[in-house]
Design a protein around this ligand. Structure first.
Ligand code: PEP
Ligand code: MG
Length: 767
């Protein structure tokens, strides 16, 4: 391409399609000119000119004058004498409605002022805020597009319209848009006049409509995406003013991608690459309709996605009772514990004032697919009065609130929610992802219901079944407490027998739900403090609690350490698994948590001897990573517990860091991402890579997975893929997104590999 005009001002006929120079709108206009579509002539004052203007305050006036003369010659009319121009903004990333537009400019000096006005609008507070919210760099800048005006208000054969080439809510094929007879585009956009459906234009101007259909088809084929087109009809003649890829709902995104692949516009791979995690999330979870219209009450961490509306309750029992009466509730607690599990299950959503993204409430709600806002620290909860106050607003039991687990915002009142059903196209995309992904996607599930959810979302199996979560029923909780508090051998044996029976029942239910899927059952990783009654009046119990109290229970008597001091616990669990397996055949492996040394692993292997079950281990301590080689020799598989590993690498408590200081770290730019949410590639990631390298040196085929919260995070999954992880295991509701990202990673990898091979071959030919 040769640019024949001024360096900083490009006439459309220069055919420069560089988005960095002309912005999105400008580059697309040039593309349309190139395709021979009816576009009013014009020129772009480029991003380079904006840079210079920003630096010096000067516009390239001579270049603009020249471009204008050229436009006048082309139109055969002078500015102000039969010719008017519009001046619009054009950034490389679309920022709808953020920047200024000046219409109907009829003299030279106003046409300079207008360009200044458009350039200056880059720095308005709303544009700055939009860029901040959408992560758009201020350096990107904008071009200004000067274009001959066409008039949709000239006569009754004129009008203006906006259309999508497919329905942006549902994705259905066919033009979808609005038309306003005898009006300028601004009247349509501003909403001053009520437009008519596009079909009205078809009746009034059938020829222009047919031409518009053809333009829409051509543009879709060219850009290989659904287009959002602005057009004007001036005395019966159609002009296209703008085209861009159209914004769409998640459901529409899935349908459009699948349909376009079936119509041979896109390959299956490109259809998958086109999808975003948000597209899928918006189908799986309910969302607030237009949240920007509402003023939030407060904000916490967006711990589990989706939105929920319900009556505020403060006690889990009340949530359970109201659920039986079909009443939707939001359970509000300072924090949650295993005691609250029935209430969490019964509530529509959860709000806490304490805790972080890997706290009990966060993990449990994510696993249940229930929206939650965690650690809303401004909330002052008064459990006795059953009310909370925040920013001088008091919310009482029975009031209605809405929690938005997508953003962490909490609102008073019932906000309108949108729920979408998984469509046939959603299932199609998922099956294409299954065919194309190279790593497995399993689910974390502790109950038969959760196992069913994993099957529903198409997981390859259960990568982590946390058995301590099975002690959440009142009966099992009582038994485990008795065990923790028990003193004599006789007391312990009796309660162990009861626990074995309860565990067996749980396993039978889980094995039935598996229906052939494999499952990894993790032996108890019991942080004792989580299971003790906090408010017991019994002095014997209180004294025992005091004795068991640990200053740092997360680094305390938990995981495999319990098996060293009390081997009978793991023995009881293994017996329960084997008994359950005798009733329902299932493909089960055992996993040992918190291992630091080979001796611990061998100790558990001895307990499991004769069971015929594979024994793998969690990689969640730094020492285990450092001893990955010898441990690999003794383990049947590894699964990285990135929650505990992150805690250990950072020396940040996963229970406390978020509520104490992490937000300040983000505000001050010390950390960019929450390491409990997005894998810390440079620290935890490098440790994992080293461990994987040493492990695979010892045992090349060792199966290695990740089952911490990061296993469901899109950015982290891409990193795990590159680490040669065999599978990730995440909460059931995150499985579709994990599958999408896994497939995208495989496709990108394949393409990079092909590109490398091509370069190599070319080098060989040159040699
Ligand atoms: C982990 O530590 O990453 C893990 C999966 O175990 P838990 O969250 O149960 O400690
Ligand atoms: Mg752990």
């Amino acid at each position: 391409m040769t640019v024949t005009y001024e360096k900083v001002v490009y006439s459309f006929e220069d055919l420069c399609e560089d988005k960095k120079l002309l912005g999105n709108k400008g580059a697309n206009l040039v593309t349309m000119v190139k395709m021979g579509l009816p576009v009013p002539p014009g020129f772009a004052v480029s991003v380079d000119a904006w840079k210079e203007y920003k630096r010096t305050g000067q516009l390239p006036e001579q270049a603009i004058e020249d471009a204008l003369s050229r436009l006048e010659r082309r139109m055969g009319r002078k500015l102000g004498d039969g010719l008017a121009v519009s001046v619009r903004s054009s950034a490389a990333v679309s920022m709808p409605g953020m920047m200024d537009t000046v219409l109907d400019v009829r003299d030279n000096s106003t046409m300079m002022d207008s360009i200044r006005k458009v350039f200056d609008s880059w720095e308005t507070p709303r544009a700055i805020e939009y860029r901040r919210l959408n992560n758009i760099s201020a350096e990107m800048g904008l071009a200004s597009i000067v274009q001959a005006m066409v008039f949709g208000n000239r006569d009754e054969l004129s009008g203006t319209g906006v259309l999508f080439t497919r329905n942006p809510s549902t994705g259905e094929r066919g033009l979808f848009g609005e038309w306003l007879q005898g009006a300028l585009g601004e009247e349509l956009v501003s909403g001053r006049r009520t437009p008519q459906p596009l079909d009205e234009m078809k009746k009034m101007l059938p020829d222009a409509y047919r031409q518009l259909e053809e333009v829409a088809r051509t543009l879709e084929q060219h850009f290989k995406d659904m287009q959002d087109i602005e057009f004007t009809v001036d005395s019966g003649k159609l002009y296209v003013l703008q085209t861009r890829n159209g914004k769409r709902s998640g459901q529409a995104a899935v349908k459009i991608a699948v349909d376009m692949a079936k119509e041979d516009i896109l390959s299956q791979e490109d259809a998958i690459l086109r999808m975003t995690p948000d597209d899928l999330r918006s189908i799986i979870y309910p969302h607030i309709h237009m949240p920007e219209r509402y003023q939030p009450l407060t904000r916490g961490l967006n711990a589990s996605p989706g939105a929920a509306t319900g009556i505020v309750v403060f006690y889990p029992e009340e949530a359970a009772i109201r659920a039986k009466k079909n009443e939707d509730t939001i359970l509000v607690r300072p924090e949650t514990s295993p005691d609250d599990i029935q209430g969490i299950a019964a509530a529509k959503g959860v709000l806490t004032s304490r805790g972080g993204l890997t706290s009990h409430a966060a993990i449990v709600t994510r696993a249940m697919g229930k929206p939650s806002v965690i650690g809303a620290s401004q909330l002052e909860i008064d459990l006795k009065k059953e009310q909370f106050s925040v920013n001088n607003v008091v919310v009482k039991k029975g009031d209605i609130i809405t929690v938005d687990g997508d953003t962490g915002y909490v609102y008073t009142g019932a906000l309108p929610l949108i729920e979408t059903e998984a469509t046939a196209e959603f299932n199609t995309i998922m099956s294409w992802c299954d065919d194309l992904r190279w790593i497995g996607v399993m689910g974390n599930a502790d109950t038969a219901e959760a196992v069913t959810q994993v099957r529903r979302f198409g997981g390859d199996g259960i990568g982590l079944c946390r058995t301590e979560r099975q002690f959440n029923t009142p009966e099992a909780l009582a038994a485990i407490r008795e065990f923790i508090l028990g003193e004599t051998r006789e007391e312990l044996d009796k309660v162990l027998q009861r626990l074995r029976e309860l565990q067996k029942e749980d396993f039978v239910a889980i094995f039935k739900a598996l229906q052939g899927m494999p499952a990894v059952i993790r032996l108890l990783d019991l942080p004792l403090h989580e299971f003790l009654p906090r408010d017991s009046k019994d002095s014997r119990v209180r004294e025992r609690i005091m004795r068991l109290m640990e200053v740092n229970p997360m680094m305390g008597h938990r995981g495999v350490r319990l098996a060293i001091t009390n081997p009978e616990i793991y023995k009881m669990q293994i017996d329960a698994i084997l008994e359950a397996k005798r009733e329902v055949e299932a493909n089960i492996s055992l996993m040992v948590p918190q291992v630091i040394t080979l001796q611990e692993l061998l100790w558990v292997r001895r307990i499991a001897e004769g069971s015929g079950l594979k024994v793998g281990m969690m990689m969640e301590t730094v020492r285990a990573c450092m001893r990955a080689g010898p441990l690999a020799r003794a383990a049947d598989f590894f699964s990285f517990g990135t929650n505990d590993l992150t805690q250990a690498v950072f020396s940040f408590s996963r229970e406390d860091a978020e509520k104490k200081f992490l937000t300040t770290y983000f505000d001050k730019g010390i950390l960019q991402d929450n390491p409990f949410q997005v894998l810390d590639v440079k620290g935890v990631g490098r440790l994992m890579e080293t461990a994987i390298h040493w492990a695979r040196q010892e045992k090349p085929n060792l199966v290695i997975s990740v089952c911490g919260e990061h296993a469901g995070d899109p950015r982290s999954i891409e990193v795990f893929y590159r680490m040669d992880i065999d599978y990730v295991s995440c909460s059931p509701f995150r499985i579709p997104v994990a599958k999408l990202v896994a497939a995208q990673a495989s496709i990108k990898d394949k393409r990079e590999h092909k590109a490398r091979l091509k370069t190599l071959t070319q080098q060989e030919v040159k040699c």
